[in-house]
Structure formats: C-alpha cells, structure tokens
Design a protein around this ligand. Structure first.
Ligand code: BGC
Length: 761
C-alpha cells in the first residue's frame, strides 16, 4: 500500500512537473497577463466582440484625404472595432499620410474603449505600400541567395520603415511552400524547400520583431506568418483552390516553417484561404487550436485571410449561412476576423455569444490574444509611434537592398564564358521586361497588383534594366519591339512591334540582351492557363537568333515559365526573379563583371508543362529502363534543377568528412567539407548539404536539403565548411504523425561528394 501510494505521489509530481513544463513558444509576461485579466473583468460583451473585428481602411477613410470620414468614426465607435488594415485609396502613401490617418483612428478607438487599434499592412518585400521606402527582392529572390542575413535585414528594414508610418503589424513573412510552379503566389514565398522556408522565415521574423516578442520596441513590428497551411500546394495550380495533402505530409513539409517561426516568437498567423481534403482551413480546429496553439504553447493571434469566413459558407458550403461559418471558425481558433467591408458581423457575433454557441471562455481567449499583441507592441503606451525615424530610406538600407538584389540573381547558363560582357560591347536590348520598373518589383509593389509601379512618383528615382545597362556600358540600344500592356488586370496582354527592325539592329550589335518573363500580378488575378512563356516572347528570341549574334536571355518572372524551345538559342541565361528596385543596377554590375553571381535556384525550373515536380521527388518518378519486354522507365526532366546556379569563378569541393559512420538518434553528426575558389575572381558559394534515406518503411524522398551555408572566397582561397547535423533531422513523419528515425543507411551529399553513414541503435 505504502509503495503504491509513493508511486502515485511520484506520478502526480511528475504530472505536475510536466504540466508546468508545457512548452511555451513565447515566455509569459505576468505584467501583461495581469493587465489583460483586468481588461477582461471590466469589458462589456460589445467591447469584447468588437476586438475580434478587422475592417479595411476604405470603410473608415474619407477618400483622397488623410482623415477619418464621419461615417468611419461612427463605425469605429458603434462596433468598437479592434483592428484596421490596408492602404489608403488602394495605393502606397507617404509615412506622414499614414501617421495622420492612424492617429485619428487611435484617438477614436481609445476614446471609445480605452483600447488602441491594431493597424496592419501588407508590407511584403520592404515597406512596399509606403512611398520612398527601400524595397528588397521578393522572398523568392532571397531564397535564391541562400543568405539568411539578407532575410534578417529585410525584416529589420521593413519594420523600421513601416513603424515610421505608425503601422505596428505586417502581413509577412509568407511561408507557403510552393509545390506547384503554376501557382501565382510562388514568388511571395521562399520556394519549394521546407528548410529554406523555415530558416529564412525565422530570420525575417527576428528582423521584424527584434529580440523580445513580449516587448517589441518602437522600431520593430509584429510579424504575421502566412498562409497556414499548405496554401502553395493547390492541386490545380490556381490560387485559392484545394490542396490534398495528407496530415503526415502537412506535418513533415508544411508545418515546420510555421513551427520554427512560432518558436522564434512570431506574434500572429494568417490562415490559408482555401481548404484541404474537404476541410476549410478556417474551420480546422485541429490545425488552428491543436497544432498551432496548444501543441506549441503559443499565445499569439490567429487572423483570417480576406473575407474568408464568408467563403466558408458562400464558396465552400460547409456552413449554411454566415452565422454558422462564424461559429465554426471562431470555435476552431480564429481570433480576429478580416471582414473588410462588413461591420455587421458584429451583430452575428453578439447573437452567437448570447446563445452560448461561442462560449465566453473562447471569446475571452480571443480577446486576450488581441489585447496581448497590442500590449506586446507597446500600443497602450505609445499609440502614435513617436520617435526618430531619420534612418528611413537611409544609405545603409539602400545598400542592404542592393546587396540582396546582387545575391538573388541566378546565372543559369554561360556557354563559352560569354559573360561577363566587356563594357564597350555594342548591346542591343529588347524584350518586354527591359525597360520596366513594374516587372522588377512584382506584386505587392505600391499597389496590390504592382501595376502602378512604373509611375514616376513611385519609381522615378530607380533604374530599369535599360537605364542600369546604360550606366555601365558605352553602347546600349533599346528597341521596344515587344511590350506589356498596362491595362488593369491584363498582365498577360502584350503589344507586338516590328521584330524585323530588332533583327536588323541585332546584326549591327555584338550581343543581344533579351529581357523576358512576366508582367506583374498578385493572387487570383495572376492565375494562368498555360505555364509556357508567351508565344510572342519565344518568337522574338527565335527571330533574334537569326542574327547569329550571341544572346543573353534575362528572365524576370514570378514563376518559371517553360521555355524549352528557345533555351538552346541563348548562350547565357540569367534569372533575376523579382529583384526589386535595385534589380536593374544589380544585373548591370553582374553582367559587366564588377560583381559576381552567387545565387542558386530555390525551385525546380520545369522543362514541360505537364512535368511539374520538386527536387525531393519519390524514387519511382525517376528510374532507368527496366530489362525485359516492358519499359517502365520514368524520368525527371527539368530545365534547371533546384540548387543550380553558376558563378564567374569555379569552386572545388574536397575532403568531405563525417565524424561518425554509425550514429544513433539524438546524436549530432559533424559534417565538414573543404571548398576552394579555383578561379580568378572572388565569389560566394551556397554550400548545400543533402541527405537521402536509402531504405525506409515509407518510400523516402530521393533527397532532402538538411543544411546550407554561404561562404565567401577570394581567388585561391580554401575554407572548411562544417555542419552540425542533428540525427533527428534525418527522421520522417509516420502515419501516426510521429517523427521516426529508422535504422539503416543514409547518404550525405555536398556538391559532387557523398558518403554513406548508418543509423544503428
Ligand atoms: C491575401 C493576404 C493578404 C490579405 C490582406 C489577402 O487577399 O491573401 O496575403 O495579407 O489579403 O491584404
């Protein structure tokens, strides 16, 4: 009996210890928690409900001004609105205009409820809705750099220049693992690999928020990681369409970046607009409350995407009406409703609370999460973001964005060492992306669709590719024989001119630079029917090739447009992705050899539109011909593979060392490799460590990226790169959603070198 009792007591003690040790993503701040408790004890139900509602700025703004409309003030007061988002008049504004507008919102909200408003903005690759701000390459370009410091700088500078507008919250980073190259939002994310997505996302989050998520200072903002979960896995490749990802795969590939950012302190999360295997993400309690909040011990804020509770009933039909959709979503774990135009959601929420369909405990929890982020951001102390913002668009910020552009542009091909070009080459420049600031920026660039970015007021001070080439090369002739139309929502429309004229000019030139790709788009308006590069653009290259002059193809596009037929016609190919306002300057410096390329593709560039795959494909997707009568071979055919990227110098890998040939779970495996710059110019090389599980109980991926580092090497210099690889990072997720590391062989590969090691218990 005594023994049983002591076991019981020990068990209880253990239970208590486990309970108190439950992981918390962000340490609890007792002062903040006490204040929240106090609010909750005295707030009316109306005040609580209002905290859950977010409206778009247009509903409360007097159009064309920087002040609240009379009706806007009434709405804020009547519905006790907790949050506002978006630009004023659907376009970027100067910091001053935001400050004036937001100050008025704060005055009204604080006067009405004593609680400041949480203002959020899509500042996507820098403060992209702020005129004069310093804009970086889009995330996809930063992924290509394989340089985490750049993602940190992006976060830091975005935060500073956003806070200068008195906006404390941004809807970034985007962590959508992009697994379908047709998807119009792949450029918004860090590409197709889960590790790159996690590592870059974490750095961007830290840059945005600073070191202490409980006390974000006045030069930092709250991050909003999005879109949870598997948004980039749309089966159709069209925006906001379903994914069919198993829980196992969600866990293994899509969840890690969100988990890593939450563990790094991310203060909020936005939900995927679509649905997976029949369940809208907005009503998926297991993912929202279970995985994100409970399992990670995360006390952050979950916001819907744009009007997505309405989508639950009027698009997805998993609720009979708006009220039922609201009930499902709030009970699933949504804390803030981005219901941009419809404050009447207030009445329905009130009914649901009165009918106890939304329990008071859930309402209080959602309100607490809204209040907590406002406290963490210091909004109660300083809702007007006073302070010195003299570093706005500083030279240091500009240099960071320029370096990021330089490190984001990928040299895919350089036959016969055509590049770098001599500065006195006679260059003919053509192509629809040659003289456009708009195409360098992409979407979320001064406007949602990026379609106004060519306007002088936004980008007059920056250089298009044409202007930048003129600054470096003595003879640049530009012929606008193929251009994009600037008609709204017609990003695929092209204006075709006289290709014969271009051919004649090409014959007089030493080299032809042809800048191709896509015009800008964002979200659903960017859906396409055909991943092929436009027929006009392909034809242009074919015509130019008749000149016999070498062709440098510059690709400036948000997703990889298929160009198999024209690739052989170009001696050099540079993929600049969406490099931002300094992308033209960076390209010119790279083409003339003042700078060196150092980026690698962050996704698989397809060769055929029906052969879309990612680098971590399954073995049956790529196998050699079998013997005998039947040929079951399947081959992976990509134009360029994930991780491909050239340089003006050469790197030699040698001396791969692994400190354990046999390892066990929990071990850390030291992997080192020597990388030497064997060419004649300085260069930076992303060193990628891949691992392959050679036999597993679930068919393994052919390989997975497990670590990466970027090294800088002078000519002749050699450095040893060391990775501390956790054995547990080689595990996979099984059908019970557990991470399992099975005994057996694993092949580690770095550059051309590889070594097999064995897991054995
Ligand atoms: C997009 C989000 C964005 C939100 C707010 C939505 O349409 O999907 O990425 O943050 O709008 O503008």
């Amino acid at each position: 009996m005594k023994r049983t009792l002591s076991v019981l007591l020990a068990g209880l003690a253990l239970f208590a210890a486990c309970k108190s040790e439950k992981p918390r993503a962000i340490a609890e701040d007792p002062v903040i928690e006490a204040k929240i408790k106090e609010h909750l004890s005295r707030m009316s139900v109306e005040e609580k409900v209002g905290q859950l509602i977010q409206l778009t700025a247009g509903v409360v703004l007097e159009p064309g001004t920087d002040h609240l409309s009379a009706q806007g003030e009434q709405i804020l007061r009547k519905y006790k609105i907790g949050s506002v988002l978006n630009t004023m008049d659907d376009a970027a504004s100067a910091p001053e205009r935001y400050r004036n507008f937001i100050a008025q919102i704060q005055q009204v909200c604080i006067d009405e409820t004593g609680i400041p408003c949480l203002y959020g903005l899509d500042q996507i690759h820098g403060a992209s809705y702020t005129t004069g701000a310093v804009l970086f390459p889009q995330e996809i370009g930063l992924a290509a750099s394989f340089n985490e410091q750049l993602a940190y700088d992006l976060g830091r500078i975005t935060a500073y220049e956003t806070r200068a507008c008195n906006v404390p919250w941004v809807f970034t980073p985007t962590l959508d693992l992009s697994r379908n190259q047709c998807w119009p939002r792949m450029w918004e994310s860090y590409g197709e690999d889960p590790l790159v997505q996690s590592r870059m996302g974490v750095q961007q989050t830290l840059g945005l928020q600073g070191d202490d998520p409980n006390h974000v200072d006045s030069k930092h903002v709250a991050a909003c990681i999005k879109h949870y979960l598997a948004y980039g896995a749309a089966v159709s490749g069209q925006d906001r369409t379903p994914s069919m990802v198993s829980k196992r795969e969600l866990r293994e590939k899509y969840f890690p970046a969100f988990k890593a950012c939450i563990e790094a302190g991310a203060l909020s999360l936005m939900v995927n607009s679509s649905n997976n295997d029949g369940i809208p993400f907005h009503t998926n309690k297991e993912l929202l409350t279970g995985w994100a909040k409970e399992e990670l011990g995360w006390d952050g804020l979950i916001v819907t995407d744009w009007a997505d509770i309405a989508n639950v009933f009027d698009r997805d039909h998993t609720a009979a009406d708006y009220k039922e959709a609201l009930c499902q979503s709030i009970n699933a774990g949504v804390d803030l409703i981005m219901e941009p135009y419809n404050p009447l959601v207030f009445d329905l929420l009130m009914e649901l609370v009165q009918e106890k369909k939304i329990p008071m405990s859930r309402l209080n929890d959602a309100v607490a999460r809204n209040l907590r982020i406002k406290y963490r951001l210091g909004l109660f102390d300083d809702p007007y973001s006073q302070g010195d913002f003299s570093e706005f668009a500083s030279e240091e910020h500009v240099q960071c964005a320029y370096r990021a552009a330089l490190e984001s542009e990928v040299l895919l091909k350089n036959e016969g060492g055509l590049l770098p070009l001599s500065k006195d080459s006679r260059i003919l420049l053509v192509g629809p992306n040659a003289n456009s600031m708009r195409t360098l920026g992409g979407g979320w660039n001064y406007t949602w669709q990026g379609d106004a970015a060519n306007r002088e007021e936004y980008t007059g001070q920056y250089n298009t590719i044409y202007e930048a080439l003129q600054n470096k090369f003595a003879h640049v002739e530009y012929l606008p024989v193929l251009e994009y139309s600037n008609r709204p929502y017609a990003f695929e429309e092209e204006i075709v001119g006289d290709y014969g004229k271009a051919l004649r000019a090409a014959r007089r030139a030493d080299v032809v630079v042809v800048a191709l790709g896509e015009n800008t788009y964002c979200e659903t308006p960017g859906n396409i029917n055909d991943l092929n590069l436009s027929a006009n653009q392909k034809e242009l290259v074919k015509v130019l090739s008749q000149s016999g002059k070498p062709i440098v193809m510059v690709l400036n596009e948000g997703r990889p447009r298929v160009l198999r037929e024209i690739e052989p016609l170009a001696q050099a190919v540079v993929h600049v992705l969406l490099p931002g306002n300094y992308g033209g300057d960076a390209l010119a410096a790279l083409l003339c050899g003042e700078e060196n390329f150092s980026a690698k593709l962050p996704y698989t560039y397809p060769m055929y539109v029906n052969r879309l795959n990612t680098y971590d494909y399954k073995l049956c997707e790529n196998r050699a011909t079998m013997g005998g009568l039947y040929n079951y071979d399947a081959t992976i055919t990509s134009q360029w593979s994930f991780g491909h990227g050239l340089s003006y110098t050469t790197f030699e890998y040698s001396n791969l060392k692994v400190d354990k040939t046999v390892f066990a779970p929990g071990d850390v495996i030291q992997v080192s490799v020597d990388v030497e710059n064997t060419g004649s110019v300085a260069g930076k090389e992303p060193v990628l460590l891949f691992a392959s599980d050679l036999v597993a109980s679930l068919t393994p991926d052919v390989r997975r990226l497990r670590d990466f580092a970027k090294v800088s090497l002078a000519p002749g210099e050699k450095k040893t790169v060391t990775f501390a690889l956790k054995a547990d990072d080689l595990a996979f997720v099984d059908h019970n959603l557990n991470m399992v590391l099975e005994d057996g062989d694993f092949r580690l590969a770095v550059g051309p070198l590889s070594q097999t090691i064995t897991c054995s218990r």
